[in-house]
Design a protein around this ligand. Sequence first.
Ligand code: ADP
Length: 836
Amino acid sequence: MFPDYVVGDLFSKLQGIFPAAEPILALYWQERNGFRVLTRGGERWVPLGEAGAEGWVLKLLSSIIVKDWRKERETLPVSYSLHGTPGAWMATPLVGKEGPLGVLSLSSPLPGAFDEHHLRLLESFASNLTLSLENVLLSERLQKQRRGFELVRKINLQMASASDLKSLIKVALDGLVRLFGASAGWIDLLEQGAMGSPEGVEWARGFLAKALDKGAAVIAEELGSGSPFSSVLSLPLKKGFKKFGAMALAFSTPHYFDEIELYLAEVLAEQIALAVENFALIGEKEQRIRALSLLNDLSKTISLSLNLDEIEITARNFLSRTFPVKAGALYLESAGEMKQVARWGEEPKLVDFISPGIIEERLESYSPFEITGPYGMPTFVAPIQLGNKSMGFILLIGYKLSEEEQLFLSSACSILAGAFHRAYLSREMENRLAEMVTLHAISEQVMLSLELPVVLETIVEIIKHVMDCRAACIFLLNEETGLLEIRASSGITSRWRTEAKLRVGEGISGKVVALGQPIYVPDTLLEPDFIFFDRSVRSILVVPLKVRGKVIGTLSVDHTIPNAFTSDDERFLSIVAVQAAIAIENATLYERIKEKAEALKKAYDEVSELSRFKSELLQNVSHELRSPLTFIKGYVELLKEKSMGPLTPEQEEALEIVSEKTDIMTRLVEEMIVMQKLEREKLKLEPVSLEEIAHLSVRSATFMAQSAGIEFKIEIPPGLPPVMGDKSRLIQVFDNLINNAIKFSPNGGTITVRLKDMGEYIQAEVEDTGIGIPEDKLDKIFERFYQVDSSSKRQFGGMGLGLAIVKSIVEAHGGKVWARSKLGKGSTFYFVIPKA
Ligand code: ADP
C-alpha cells in the first residue's frame, strides 16, 4: 500500500541524517491489529502484542528515547524492540488525522548514540512522513472508490437492459460477485424466493432473513470451520422504508470489509431495489422498452465523460427532450448550497418562482414528489441521491407526470447521481494529485538543502508558481526584537523585503500570529485598517507557521485582483504551511547540530595542536641531550681511567657518582627517543617466539638481578606456538617489565617470568615480590610520565615512560596489558599478544 520508492527514499534520507543508525518503519494495520514492518532488508508481519517497544509507542502515542538499553532495561515496560535489544533506541508515532498510522524507530549498537535533539529531528521527520503517508492512503482510497463506481455503473447498465426479472437478478448477482471477488452470492426477493449459488443456499437464508429483519447490514468476517464459508455480508434491498428482499455475499477466506466496500455494497443494494421496483411496476412491455432504451442511451452518453460541464449538458438535453414541460431546471449542491446549473423550456423564468430552500427540506425521499407550482401549474421535484447524500434535484414545471414517468425519472436520477459522483471524485482526485505533486516537490526540494535561507526561498518560489499569485512571502518572528520580518519572498520588490516589519497583532500577518488562525482578506479596499505595503494588493491569504503548537511566523500569498483565492486554496496553503514549518524546524535543528559539531571540531583541533607541540618539544629536547651526554660519558670514563692525570680518593668517588647518574640520564633520553619512534614508525610483524624473547631479556638482566639479590624463575610450557610480532619491540616490553621488577624490589626476592597458551593469544606474566602498587593507581601507571611516587625525595629513578612504552607496543600488536598487585607483597604484570 505504500510505494517501495517512497520507503527507499525515506530510509536513505534517514541515513543521511543519522549515519550509523538502523531505521524501521512499522505501519499499523487496524483491521488485523498488527504492524507491517519495513526494514532495509525487507518486510515482515508482526502482531501488535509481539511488537515490543514499538507497540508500546503506538499505545502511548508519544515519542520515546532509550539512550542506553542495557542500563535502562529494568525500568522499561518491554524487554525488546523490533530492532531486538539495541545499544540505543528511539521511536516516534506517526499520527494521522484519523488515528495512528504507525511507528518510525531508529536504533544504534552504540549506547548514548541518540539525544533529545536527535529525537526532535526524528519527530519532525515523522510528521513529514505522516503527511505523505496520508496522501498515499487517500489517493488509494479514491482510486478504489472510483474503480468500484465504474463497476457499479456497468452493473446498472446491464440491469437496465435486462428483459425479465430473472435475468435482472442474474446480472446483479454476477456483478456483485465480481465486484467484491466473492465466492458465492444470493438475492432473496420477497415474492420470488432465494436465487444464486446452489451451494450454501440453506446456510445463507439465515443471514438473508436477519438482514431483512434488521433492515441493516449483517456482517461476519471470520466464521468457524463449521460454516461452508468463512465470511459473509448480507444487506436488505430496500427503498426508503419499503423492503423488497435481501442480498448476501460469501467468501471462502476471512474477508475484512473496509468502509468503501460497505458503501459500494449499500449503493448497489439500493440500485437493485430500485431496478426490481421498476420492473414490478412498469407493466406495459412497450413502454418499458422505450423507457429502458432511453435510459440506456443516457447512461451510455454520460459514461463517456468525467467532466462536470459535459454531464450537465447531457442531462439538460435528455430532460428537455423527454418531458414536455414549460420550465425545467437542474440544481446541484455546491459548498453546502443547492445551486442552479441549468434551465430550459418555453418559459425558463418560471423556475424563479420556486425557492430551492423549501425543496431542500424534502429531499430525503428517493422518488419524485409534487409541489405547488407557479399559477397552480403541476410541478415535480426529482431528488438526485447517492447513498444517503443529496447531490441535487430536478425541477419540472407545467407538466403532470404519470406514475410510470415518475419511476422513469427516478431511474434517470440514479444514473445522473452516479455520473455526478464519478465526476466529483475524478475532480477531487485531480486536485489531490496536483497538490500531492506540489507537496512532494516542496519536500524534495527542502530535503535537498538543510540551509534555512535556501529552504525558505524554495518554498515561496514553488508556491508562487503553483498558486499563480502576485507574490508569496514568509514572515518569521525575530525572537530578540519580537518583530515579524520577511525572511523569504517571491514577487515582492526588494525594498519591502527589508522595510516591511510588523509587530504581533499588527497588520494581517501580525493578527494571524496573534490568533494562530488563517485569515483571508478577499478585498483589501473593503478592509478599513488594512496596512498596505503595496497598493496593488487586492486580496491576501495568510496562514500561520506553527512548530509544536507555537506560532513562529506566517506564510502568505496575495493577488492584484479581489476574491483571488478559494477555500481549497486556503486548505492547500495550510498543508504547505505544515510542511514548511517542519522544514524550518529541521533546518534550525540542523544549524544547531552543525554549530555544535563545529565547536567540537575546534576543540579537537586545539587539543591535537597541543599534543603535536608536546611531542615536537620532546623530540627536540631528547635529540639535543643525546650528543652532549655522549661527550660527558666519554670524558668521565677517561677521567676515571686516570688517562688525564691522577685522582684523589674523593675525586674518584665523585666521578663514580657522576658516571652512574650519567648512565641513568642516558637511559632516560633513550626511553624518550623510543617513545617517539613508536609514534612514528610502523611495526614489522612476523611470526616470532615469545619464549625465545623472554629468555633473551632474562639473560640480559641476570647480572643486574644478581647484584640486587634477586633470583629469576621461568615457567614456560613446552611447544608454545609463535605470536605475530615485532621482535625488537617485544624484547623492549620484557626488558621494561623486568627492569621495573628489579628496580621496585629493593630487598631482593624472586622474579617469575611465565608464558601461557590462552587460545587465540599467548599470555605473558612478570611477577615480582617487591614493594607493590596501590589498588587505585593500577590503571594510572600506564600513563606517560606517571609515577606512584613522584616526589623529589623519591627512592627510585626513572621518569614514568617505561610502562607507557610497554602499553603502546602491546596495543599496536592488537594485545592488552594490565597489572595486579598487593602493596608490600609484590606485583604481577600481564600482557597478551595474538598468535601468528
Ligand atoms: P618509571 O619506572 O620510569 O618510573 P614506569 O612507567 O616504568 O616508569 O612505571 C611507572 C610507575 O609504576 C613507577 O614509577 C612505579 O611507581 C610503578 N611501577 C612500575 N612497575 C612496578 C613494579 N614492578 N612494582 C611496583 N611499582 C611499579
